[in-house]
Structure formats: structure tokens, C-alpha cells
Design a protein. Structure first.
Length: 369
């Protein structure tokens, strides 16, 4: 990794950047459309942020600029959603499309994505959509400190963010079918804790060589330092149904990053425990029981209450305390998976798709803040 590719500390610390992947659908019935290129061609000039293609032509990615607060970042996502909707397509914000089957979606015709398709084979046949959260780091040492600290919080965040109970026209009996899908991808779990930044550089270079990939951006970890952007990035969360849910989860990550930057380091769980906890989070969502720091199995609600109390001072400093409190409402609503199952009832996928399209349309106009 070249020194010139490291950009920690070049901007204001603890700024935010969001990436939101969405499904492009027919606005009338919610069926998947391979219209990514058409959307990009029709988009007008954007005031802020970017809209890019994704691995599948049925997806679009919204990318904010560098933002100072959660409200600013989520408002920018809402504006970008509105710009995409103005091209005449519909959108669905879910970790998986509920009814699309393999073959409905085709890969985007770009060298990077063609290469990924070649590597993944059928493992990449089902498109999935995620919310990625970047938090700017003041220096490389803090980035590793925050990375190590965030590892143990990933299962709780994944449980809260679970928003993909349906896949291929059936209930998967999981809260996040996206989690199940990504388990077939290489380099898509959680790397071990790092001793320091040099340890990260060495291990990343070694894995890049063995995987025969161009660089570390082809390491699709759930959590990673991102030296090129000067951030720590969480990639483990399903795309969210509403801006309110997005704001609550971004606030949690923002506050946790601020807290872990100054907290006494705690040894995180070994890889096998973290992997099991992530599976439990994806299986049951907000209804899951997860291991705490002493491997006691406890409900998500209890772990969330303790986490919020611990990071509230950091949330106040980062101006996201009100958004952090939105996690309680997300929990009461059953998370995205619970809301989707409620809309689907006894297998009424038509009603579910209509509800998801309407939610994405309304979200562009009803942004928190």
C-alpha cells in the first residue's frame, strides 16, 4: 500500500460519508428492472453527491459527499433518491428483492464488475443492497483503534439493521437473507483485530497477493479501515426502509466510533464467536439473543440499552443524540424485517412490493431533520 494512498487526518475527524444501494423497479408493480444505465443517462446535474452503477444493472448506488452530521448525510441521501425517482423508475430499499429470482438481474457491463462476476460465479447471481457508513479518522492509529473497537458491536448493529426476510418469492425464515447470500462471497466476513496500522498493511498486502486481486477494495469485509478515503467503513448493514431507520443506525455507528476512539481498548471476540453472533443477528434480527463481552446470551433490547447509555456522551459531542434515540422506535417496529413481514401478511407479495415502492417514494419527501 503506497504512502500516497493513505489519507487519514486530511479532513475533519469524525465526518461522515454514506453509500446506499437500492433496487431499481417498475414503479407500478415493484418488479425488478435492469435499468441502471438508463437511470444514469437520464439523471440531471446533482447539487451534491453522486449516483453510480452497481454490480447488477438492477441496482443503483447513492453516494453522499463528506458530511458533518447525521442529519446532513441522510438529507443528502433523500435528495439523491428524489433525483433517481425523477427519472421515472421506482425504487425498493431492502437488503434483497423479495420476489426476484436468479436470472431476473444481469451484471453491469463494466470491467470491475465483469471481473467480480467471473470470480464469484453463481455466488453473485442474487443482487443484494447494503448501507455503507464511513467515519473520517484523524490518524492511522485511531483508525485501527476504532476498527478494533467496532468489531464487537457488529452483531448488534446487524441485528438492528436486518431488512431482508424474503428472497426468491419466499420467506427465508431469516431477518437478513442478504447476510446469508454474502456468506458465499470470499473476504466478506470480519477480519481479525489488528495490532497496529503496520499490521493491517502487511496482512492486507498478503491477502491481496493470495487472492490475486488488484487491491484491498476487493476485500469485501463487513468492517475495514479505508486508507484511501481516510475512514473506517462499516459494510455489514442492510439498506434501510426509511430515512429514520438509516439516521438511527448511522448515529449508532457515528457515536460508537467517537466512543471507541477514546475508550480503553477491550479485547474483542475471536473470529468464530463473532461469526456465530453475526449469524444469530441475521437469523432473528431485533428478536435475537447475542453474546455480550462475557459470552452471556442476552436480548438485543438489553444490549442496545447498554450501548446507547455508554455512547451517549459521544453522541452529544457529534450532534447525533436525537437520531441515536431513533433506535428505540426501530426496535418497537420490529426492524425492517418485521415491517416487511407485516406488509406481506400471509404471502401477499403484491401488497408487499407496492408498500416497499411507496415507502421509497415517500422517503424522498419525508426526510428526518
Amino acid at each position: 500500500m503506497d504512502d500516497e494512498a493513505q489519507h487519514f487526518g486530511e479532513g475533519e475527524p469524525f465526518t461522515l460519508g454514506l453509500e446506499e444501494e437500492l433496487f431499481i423497479v417498475d414503479p407500478a408493480d415493484g418488479r425488478l428492472r435492469n435499468a441502471g444505465a438508463d437511470v444514469l443517462e437520464q439523471l440531471g446535474e446533482l447539487e451534491r453527491g453522486e449516483v453510480k452503477s452497481e454490480l447488477h444493472r438492477s441496482q443503483i448506488e447513492l453516494i453522499t459527499g463528506i458530511c458533518a452530521t447525521v442529519d446532513e448525510a441522510v438529507a443528502e441521501l433523500c435528495d439523491l433518491r428524489a433525483a433517481v425517482l425523477a427519472t421515472g423508475v421506482g425504487l425498493i430499499a431492502s437488503g434483497t428483492h423479495p420476489t426476484a429470482v436468479e436470472g431476473d438481474s444481469v451484471f453491469t457491463d463494466k470491467p470491475r464488475y465483469e471481473r467480480i462476476h467471473d470470480w464469484l460465479g453463481d455466488a453473485g447471481a442474487t443482487p443484494v443492497c447494503a448501507l455503507h457508513i464511513h467515519v473520517g479518522m484523524p490518524d492511522a492509529a485511531t483508525a485501527i483503534r476504532v476498527f478494533n473497537g467496532l468489531r464487537r458491536h457488529l452483531p448488534l448493529l446487524e441485528a438492528l439493521a436486518a431488512n431482508s426476510p424474503f428472497r426468491h418469492g419466499r420467506d427465508t425464515r431469516l431477518a437478513s437473507a442478504r447476510e446469508l447470500t454474502l456468506r458465499s462471497w470470499p473476504r466478506a466476513g470480519v477480519p481479525r483485530a489488528m495490532a497496529d496500522f503496520d499490521d493491517f498493511v502487511r496482512s492486507t498486502a498478503r491477502l491481496t497477493r493470495v487472492a490475486e486481486v488488484p487491491d484491498y477494495t476487493f476485500h469485501w469485509w463487513k468492517l475495514r479501515p479505508h486508507p484511501r478515503l481516510g475512514t473506517v467503513e462499516i459494510r455489514a448493514l442492510d439498506t434501510q426502509l426509511s430515512p429514520q431507520h438509516t439516521a438511527a443506525l448511522v448515529a449508532a455507528v457515528h457515536a460508537l466510533a467517537g466512543y471507541e476512539a477514546g475508550a480503553e481498548p477491550i479485547e474483542g471476540p475471536p473470529a468464530e464467536i463473532l461469526d456465530e453472533a453475526s449469524f444469530r443477528a441475521g437469523r432473528a434480527g431485533v428478536e435475537a439473543t447475542l453474546p455480550d463481552d462475557e459470552d452471556r446470551m442476552r436480548p438485543v433490547a438489553e444490549l442496545l440499552e447498554e450501548m446507547v447509555a455508554r455512547v451517549r456522551p459521544a453522541a452529544r459531542e457529534l450532534r447525533c443524540a436525537a437520531q441515536l434515540d431513533g433506535l428505540a422506535a426501530l426496535l418497537r417496529e420490529g426492524g425492517g424485517a418485521g415491517i416487511q413481514r407485516g406488509a406481506c401478511g400471509d404471502g401477499d407479495f403484491r401488497s408487499l412490493l407496492e408498500a416497499l415502492v411507496a415507502r421509497a417514494r415517500d422517503s424522498a419527501q419525508r426526510c428526518p431533520g
